[in-house]
Design a protein around this ligand. Sequence first.
Ligand SMILES: Cc1cc2nc3c(=O)[nH]c(=O)nc-3n(C[C@H](O)[C@H](O)[C@H](O)COP(=O)(O)OP(=O)(O)OC[C@H]3O[C@@H](n4cnc5c(N)ncnc54)[C@H](O)[C@@H]3O)c2cc1C
Length: 220
Amino acid sequence: MHVSIRSTHRIAEGTSEVVLDGFDDSFDFVPGQYVTITLPTLEHFSPRERFRDFSVASSPQELPELRIAFRDSESPFKKELASLSQGTEIECEGPKGVFTFDAAEGRPVYCIAGGIGVTPFVSMVRSGVFSVESRHRLYHFNRDLAHTPYHKELTELLKDQYVAVYESVSEPTLPREDDVQGTHWYIAGPPGMVRSVRDILAVRGVPDVHTHTEEFSGYE
Ligand SMILES: Cc1cc2nc3c(=O)[nH]c(=O)nc-3n(C[C@H](O)[C@H](O)[C@H](O)COP(=O)(O)OP(=O)(O)OC[C@H]3O[C@@H](n4cnc5c(N)ncnc54)[C@H](O)[C@@H]3O)c2cc1C
């Protein structure tokens, strides 16, 4: 689907959010899903460098607008995306993925976000999924406050359901669940971080089917 750039702005140190516009009625998504963005202006690059996957950071209620967010890098794709002016047409494919909350209906959920891995959870929060269950928690791991995207909004919306952590993921920095068998875990971020959390939970005895992951392949 052809959509256009509406605006681009900073949401943390080295982190940008892009608002896309022009999604028609045929497009809908569930919070947690992602889209593939292709930049036609990169026609002289290899096909693999012309597209990237991004979890949707906005809620379905915000359509026909849709938000994605990313850490800046020196890749041609990111540099181009960050510099596109309002009205530029780009290609968006999707929605894709199964990283959605349905699997955990009625159960407390611990969400673990590594840095920009918070985007699918921002979509869930913005669409109201979190507010239906006071036991849900979002733990957000970043280097420091300046590098923590959406910190202000998540703190205001989630209050003590949101916990910002300025340390690496490890056994002591992960939350302890009261009910190992009953709690569901959602983990999103760079592949190495996602695998570390999964390994720690496996050692704790969390059932594999209660661990849902989204690896942001391409980071690392
Ligand atoms: C389901 C999903 C959701 C994602 N959501 C986000 C998001 O919300 N925000 C965000 O910033 N990033 C997200 N990513 C990662 C994103 O697609 C980019 O890979 C990442 O941002 C790095 O981009 P870059 O241009 O800086 O990479 P570079 O450092 O230029 O890429 C490194 C290498 O990885 C390759 N590569 C890039 N993407 C992939 C991929 N998906 N699989 C395999 N190889 C790849 C490139 O071709 C390149 O050779 C997501 C990835 C996936 C799979």
